[in-house]
Structures are given as C-alpha cells and as structure tokens.
Ligand binder design. Structure first.
Ligand code: C5P
Length: 231
C-alpha cells in the first residue's frame, strides 16, 4: 500500500481521498428570460454534471448540486439547489462556495441576459419588440476563483474551434487545477448526448485526450483525477 493510502476497516478497499470532502457542482444550462414565456438558453442536458455528482457521491463525498433546468432526477443522498438564471446560479454557488473543498463548474452558463425582462409577454407589434439589448452575466467560476484558497477548482470548456487554446486560456484565467475541454456542435458527443470526447488539461501544460466514452465514464475519470489532486 502506498504511503498515505487509507483502507476502510474490513472492506479491503482503499478509502477515497474524496471521502467526506464537500464537493460543489454546477450543472445544466441557465435560462435568461426576455419575458414570462421566452428565454435565451443552450442545449445543455446536465448529464455530465449529474454523472459527476454520482461519481463523487459513490466515493463518499458530500455533494451539493446546483442545477439549472434539466429533465434529470438528482441521485439520492445529495443536496440539490434548483435555479433558473445565471444570477440565481451565482447566488447559490457563492453561498455554498466558502464551505466547499472542491468546486466543479460543469454548468453551461449563459454569458448574456436581456438587459431588461418584460413582466408581460412581448407582443409582435410592441414598440422595440424586435430589438434585444443584452448585458453580461457574472462569470461564476472566475468570480469565485478569486477566493480560491486551498480549494480545488475544476472547469469545463465547450468550444466549437481552437478547443485546446481556448481551454488553456480559461484554465489560467479561472485558476483551475483541472480543465475538461470538449468540442461541441458535433453529433454524438457533447451537448445532450450520453457520450463525450474530452481532453483533460492541467496547469503544468500536461494534456490527455480521452477516447469518446459514456459521460458516466468521463465523470469517473474526472473523479479519479480529483482524487489524485487531493492526495
Ligand atoms: O463559458 P466558458 O467556456 O467560459 O465556461 C468555462 C467554465 O466557466 C465552465 O466551467 C463554466 O461552468 C464556467 N462558467 C461560469 N459562469 C459563467 C460562464 C462560465 O461558471 N458565466
């Protein structure tokens, strides 16, 4: 047994470094309402984030899942906070961040929201109805990374081009310990799919491209890497 590895009594199995750790995960898309019946969003299904929650739970972590609107049922045994907009997700993540050991930002947060949301449905003939003024949402991961302390930060980058270059920039800007980058906009991987094809990136410059696999397995690999980083 390697130095530092612990065994849970009687099980013969090594105890995971994630055991008892507080893991905060954001998952799914956000919705940015223009009016009560319309919104800006993206096709994120939340499957990757929910798979990560299961992977961390199965290793004994205490998981808080902040979920945008998705059609998934959270696994039992975790705390789920359901949110709709990026601002709500930011508020919920900020409240849970100080108490967490690991923050995994897998949500596909909308970068923009309408500068003004109408309280009633915008009519076809309403003055200015064809124009949409947008304002920037807070970058949750970047803002929280300023108070990183000893926490481990894991980010995701969904890109349509220059995947690794863009992901490396975000890894640096958001002070991440691990970045999971994938190309989106292709059939059979990424948004909505049960499969993902990702490259793992570390601050040292190391990169590892994984083959296309089920999101459940990608989550297991990410959890394995988190365990190594926690050791
Ligand atoms: O959208 P972007 O590619 O910059 O996302 C990179 C990482 O930052 C992801 O982990 C995502 O969850 C996070 N993010 C965030 N808040 C935003 C935008 C992105 O937490 N407003």
């Amino acid at each position: 047994m390697a130095t530092g590895d612990k065994k849970s009594p009687g099980s013969g199995k090594k105890e995971s470094p994630l055991k008892g750790k507080k893991v905060l995960i954001t998952a799914g898309p956000t919705r940015e309402h223009l009016d009560p019946v319309r919104f800006i969003s993206n096709p994120s299904s939340g499957k990757m984030g929910y798979a990560l929650a299961r992977a961390c739970l199965s290793r004994g972590a205490r998981v808080t899942l902040i979920s945008g609107p998705v059609a998934l049922t959270p696994p039992p045994g975790l705390r789920t906070v359901r949110v709709e907009s990026a601002l709500q997700m930011f508020k919920a993540a900020r409240a849970a961040f100080s108490g967490c050991d690991v923050f995994i930002a897998s949500a596909a947060v909308s970068d923009y929201r309408p500068a003004r949301a109408s309280k009633s449905k915008i009519k076809k003939d309403s003055p200015g109805g064809r124009f949409l003024r947008l304002t920037l949402n807070p970058d949750i991961l970047q803002k929280l990374s300023r108070a990183k302390g000893g926490r481990l930060l894991v980010g995701f980058a969904a890109e349509t081009g220059s995947v690794l270059e863009n992901a490396r920039g975000k890894l640096r800007n958001k002070k991440l310990d691990l970045m999971v980058a994938n190309r989106v906009g292709r059939k059979g991987t990424g948004f909505g799919s049960d499969f993902n094809q990702v490259t793992l990136l570390w601050p040292s410059g190391k990169a590892e491209t994984l083959k296309r696999m089920a999101k459940e397995r990608v989550a297991g690999r990410v959890a394995d890497e988190i365990e190594k980083l926690l050791k």
